[in-house]
Design a protein. Structure first.
Length: 116
């Protein structure tokens, strides 16, 4: 069983910053990819950022240059530093992992609200 525990969401004013964290625990051999997706009301879930085990990262177009993903392989954690936030970033943010057993897991989601 794999568990993802997210933290760090909340309310922030436009232009501000937030940092999300996610810790994975449970029975797995290794985590190939860790990252974040988000879903705003009435919209589909979209990629925010992903990072492979060796450090290669991929960002969604709308967050490139503002958000930074990092991970700690030893601790099975991933973080997302979000800067220059705008109301368009308001969404539920989901932690995501793809493990070496060819399975994916999602966190429960954490709300990020950016006020104008």
């Amino acid at each position: 069983q794999v568990q993802l525990v997210e933290s760090g969401g909340g309310l922030v004013q436009a232009g501000g910053s937030l940092r999300l964290s996610c810790a994975a625990s449970g029975s797995f051999f290794g985590i190939s990819v860790m990252g974040w997706y988000r879903q705003a009301p009435g919209k589909e879930r979209e990629l925010v950022a992903l990072m492979a085990r060796r450090g290669t990262s991929k960002y969604g177009d709308s967050v490139e240059g503002r958000f930074t993903i990092s991970r700690d392989n030893a601790r099975n954690t991933v973080a997302l530093q979000m800067n220059s936030l705008s109301p368009e970033d308001t969404a539920v943010y989901y932690c995501y992992i793809y493990i070496d057993d060819d399975e994916t897991y999602w966190g429960q989601g954490t709300q990020v609200t950016v006020s104008s």
